[in-house]
Design a protein around this ligand. Sequence first.
Ligand code: FES
Length: 97
Amino acid sequence: MAERKKHPVIICRCNDVTEEDIVNAIKMGFTDPEEIKRLLRVGMGPCQGRTCIPLMLRIVARETGKPISELKPPTARPPLIPVPVKVAKVGGNPLSE
Ligand code: FES
């Protein structure tokens, strides 16, 4: 990637992805949020993109000029909520815990 700014704006804290990384990816032609997710691992950390995916979508909208409503968010992968170890170990519904 290009030279880093002195004070980068972190978008994905889990995977240390900056706003500049996302803008550079868009400039390279990766304008689909799913592509950017796979390229930079935005949203693939332990929090599963709860904060960084909406931020990434806003950056894509800003940089491409597309309305955010026209952007397809990247595919979400379960679990979407924290799963207690005992549920993961023996099975069951974490929502009934
Ligand atoms: S902040 Fe991006 S996956 Fe957690």
